[in-house]
Write a protein that binds this ligand. Sequence first.
Ligand code: ADP
Ligand code: MG
Length: 288
Amino acid sequence: SIPLGFFGGIGGASRAGVLVKGGNYLEALNNVETIVFDKTGTLTKGVFEVTAIETVAEIDKASLLEYAAYAEGYSNHPIALSIKRAYKKEIDNSLIENYREVAGYGVKATVKGMRVIAGNSKLMKQANIILPSSKATGTVVHIAINEKYMGYLLIADEIKDDSIKAIKALKDMKIKRIAMLTGDSKAVADKVANQLGLDEVYAELLPHQKVDKLELLDKRNTGKGKLVFVGDGINDAPVLARADIGIAMGGIGSDAAIEAADVVIMTDEPSKVSTGIKIARRTRKIVW
Ligand code: ADP
Ligand code: MG
């Protein structure tokens, strides 16, 4: 028969698809007080789809999409990839100049001699572009050309089926606080948090503000429990490094995230967080 200890420990965790980078992290997983999730790519699929295009009178939808796709030409952000998929055609990189990605905001580039910026309302504000009022709920990528507002692309993402299971399992395990941090809009963040039943949600955060929020959440811990952050590494590698236990979604995560993390989930399933905690708890029983 298989000895009880077989599924315990670091080896057992890795067989379950959870790589723990040391015994101290397995031990720490026994004593988790707060778990903070990133939204995009972690709780949601991170596979965006352009679902609507709205333009001002001066430009048509196809042209707006073309400028946006070119501005995003060099970006690997999930939003950028969705815009390039929607555009469908090849992008001629020789038509893109002065490309710059502004983490947590969007992109800027000169496309066919036109200054294009594509990103969220904060990026538009920073560039003094006046946004028309809009009722669009969802992730919105605004586009301005030569400092004039030209319209937006509405981008949809979906909650992973596994996220529902993941949050339920963690609640059943009596984790005290489950929160979410995101750079996305408050409307989108609230919708996801409500659907999953999260305790707390913080939206419209820049990468460094995610670290500040994590520190705030850390201060609210009783001092006994560990603070876990779970992310895909896109715009959240500093938060992964700051948490007591940084968990990277290795299935889709960047090398930087896998490097910065203490624990790596080998799939894109957030429910592996509870798997890891369960194994840690069982291992402790056997060892002690
Ligand atoms: P999250 O915290 O949900 O993982 P990010 O921090 O990666 O999201 O991005 C936050 C927001 O910044 C996005 O919701 C989007 O509005 C904007 N953004 C970031 N990168 C891009 C990009 N390449 N193109 C357009 N918008 C972007
Ligand atoms: Mg992310």
